[in-house]
Design a protein around this ligand. Structure first.
Ligand SMILES: Nc1ncnc2c1ncn2[C@@H]1O[C@H](COP(=O)(O)OP(=O)(O)OP(=O)(O)O)[C@@H](O)[C@H]1O
Ligand SMILES: [Mg+2]
Length: 231
């Protein structure tokens, strides 16, 4: 394999991130001195109890939420100083999200749910349709392209969500408890799929989970307790 420069650039560098939520007079420190580097094609499991800051960390890494202080760099882009418009463009081009509760658009079929990403990025047309169909095929959903989410099983919906997250060829995919709604066997299958899709593309990922078995599909496990990271 030939190494090129981009392979050496980490997918994500979070340095000394602090996140404070303010609610009236109350302050919650959700992340404190959090530093994390994810390699270009590394899959990192993020494990910690409820309320420890996992979703907050993913939201900051993906430019959904701004940190109170610290810097976030995705690939070569430092996003910490970005305004709303720059963040929107950044999210469309650089990151994919897969959440626990699959947020498929209910009135769009499987293929259209993939294409919606492309329309946001305005690269419509046949290449996008071909790409959506290739992804659906890889995910074992070729014969479900025209099914609405309500006509798909839980595991199939989660696979459509994975396809959608990969549509824009992101540098980093953030999976927030992608298997928690699935039984153990299906969860294992979805993780195998995530692992093979990420490795085939050289795409980095953070996988949030409570389930130690899920960490076996990841290259490295990072633990978080009360907003503080530990390897
Ligand atoms: N929008 C918000 N406003 C105020 N506090 C918040 C907000 N979002 C999260 N928090 C608080 O920040 C802390 C971290 O929340 P976060 O959602 O990141 O945890 P988590 O590790 O993802 O938990 P879970 O495993 O339950 O999903 C919690 O104490 C939570 O109550
Ligand atoms: Mg969470």
């Amino acid at each position: 394999m030939t190494a090129h420069a981009s392979e050496a650039t980490p997918a994500l560098q979070m340095a000394d991130i602090r996140k404070v939520y303010r609610m009236g007079d109350n302050e919650v420190v959700a992340l404190d001195h959090a530093s994390l580097t994810v390699g270009a094609d590394e899959i990192v499991a993020l494990v910690g109890p409820s309320g420890s800051g996992k979703t907050t960390l993913c939201s900051i890494a993906g430019g959904i939420l701004s940190a109170t202080s610290g810097t976030v760099t995705v690939g070569t882009e430092e996003i910490s100083g970005y305004g709303d418009k720059e963040l929107t463009t950044f999210r469309q081009n650089q990151v994919g999200f897969v959440f626990q509760s699959v947020n498929l658009v209910p009135f769009l079929n499987a293929r259209e749910n993939l294409l919606v990403v492309d329309e946001l990025g305005r690269r419509e047309g046949k290449p996008a349709r071909d790409r959506a169909d290739r992804l659906l095929d890889e995910l074992g959903l070729a014969d479900r392209a025209k099914n609405l989410p309500s006509q798909l099983s839980g595991g199939q919906k989660q696979r459509v969500a994975i396809g959608r997250a990969l549509m824009n060829e992101p540098r980093l995919v953030l999976f927030d408890e992608p298997t928690s709604a699935l039984d153990t066997e299906l969860g294992g299958q979805v993780m195998e799929l995530i692992q093979s899709e990420m490795k085939a593309r050289g795409t980095a990922a953070i996988v949030v989970t409570h389930d130690e078995r899920i960490t076996e599909y990841c290259d490295r496990t990072v633990r978080i307790t009360d907003g503080v990271l530990a390897a």
